[in-house]
Design a binder for this molecule. Sequence first.
Ligand SMILES: [Ca+2]
Ligand SMILES: [Ca+2]
Length: 442
Amino acid sequence: MTIGRRAFLGVVMGVFLTTPLSADPVVWTGPSVTFQKPAFADWTLPENQDRITDNVWITRKSQQGLFNIQAESSYLRNVSPSGTEWATGSAVDWSNLTFRPWELWTEADFSGPPSTPGANAVLHLIAADVYLDIRFLSWGQRPTSGGFFSYERSTAAPVLTLTSIIDGDWNTPQTWDDGSLTPSAADNVIVLGHAVAVSADAAALSLQIAEADGQIRIGASVRLELIESLTMATGSRLGVSVAGASAGRIDAGGDVSLGGILEMQIDANKPFEAGTHSLVTAGQIIGAFDASSGLGDYVSVGDSGDGLVYSDTTVTLTIDANLHPGDANLDTTTDVRDFNVWNTHKFTSGTDWTTGDFDGNGITDVRDFNVWNTAKFTSVGNGAPIVEGRVPEPAGLAMLAVATMFLLGYVARLSTGSSQASPTATTTDRGSVPGLRRLGPR
Ligand SMILES: [Ca+2]
Ligand SMILES: [Ca+2]
């Protein structure tokens, strides 16, 4: 089932969003309905019009062809019904079909309208970008027929509500009560007291993080598109990963009612680069996060003191400085000086970035050494890293050697899951990067 934006939202999004929603068309897969216009029936009456959407109302006078009475006063050859195009086939296969105006379609694939009953056809509602299955049941051809016709057609897929039942991934059916479906842009989603990871681009009609211990975690570079709204319960959490120059984001067409906690999640091996990220865009932002965590002091102060800037339609995060993996002393290079910081604080808890906790779990240990080890002797700034043999203090180098040997033994004994990358001795200079600075006491 291919689901995309709805027609009326296209207008809304155009007004409010700088990033347009995906252009995926909508295939109507809902239950069939039958429409018939009896012979000589008054085509100006609503019951003799198939009002498919707000701007496509199909009917027919007592002779001639189909037309869209919402936009046309009468049939126009090879054009009517305006705003539609037709093909033979199945709606789900729309991308492989050749669409034409109604009469041209009947002439191309049949010998004219009287031969269309019984054929599987597809109607494309152009403005809404909706494809639906349609099959004519009857067609009155001669003027004496009084212009009767009938068809059955598909309708919009019913809106489902999927509710979380366990911690899991958004795109795993077992996460949701349905058990066989994952959310689509046509579905409402409710996250109860579970942690749901959005690890690939995803969409829903709406999202509620409905319980205080519920959380949504969005991977870096991942976009969660909500056709309508987002609501967050007090105490719920929205986790957004930041890695390098990328951050996860939510784009909502309707209201976003914020609350709960925004948790920025850092990839210790690729922390982040300076820049501004749109974390949330919406038709309207209502309220603010109750708290945020994760980026500590390394972001601009912003309106709310945590790097977040709110407007009526966006929440942006401004990261003020590059943070290089393992760079404990914030001088843009990862080298022996940072190892010494790690070494001073190793195997202690209550630590943070500047005391060697590079993966942000509050403990300075082997996992943080591995971060340092992977990034050592590299730089994001112009400062030259201090490499082995260039350490200014011989005593420091000796301590380094001893500590490293101790540590490698520790690693071997623990057999932790973290793999050590092969040593890297290159210097990476990304150009004119401002020096790191810590902003504002927190
Ligand atoms: Ca450093
Ligand atoms: Ca740690």
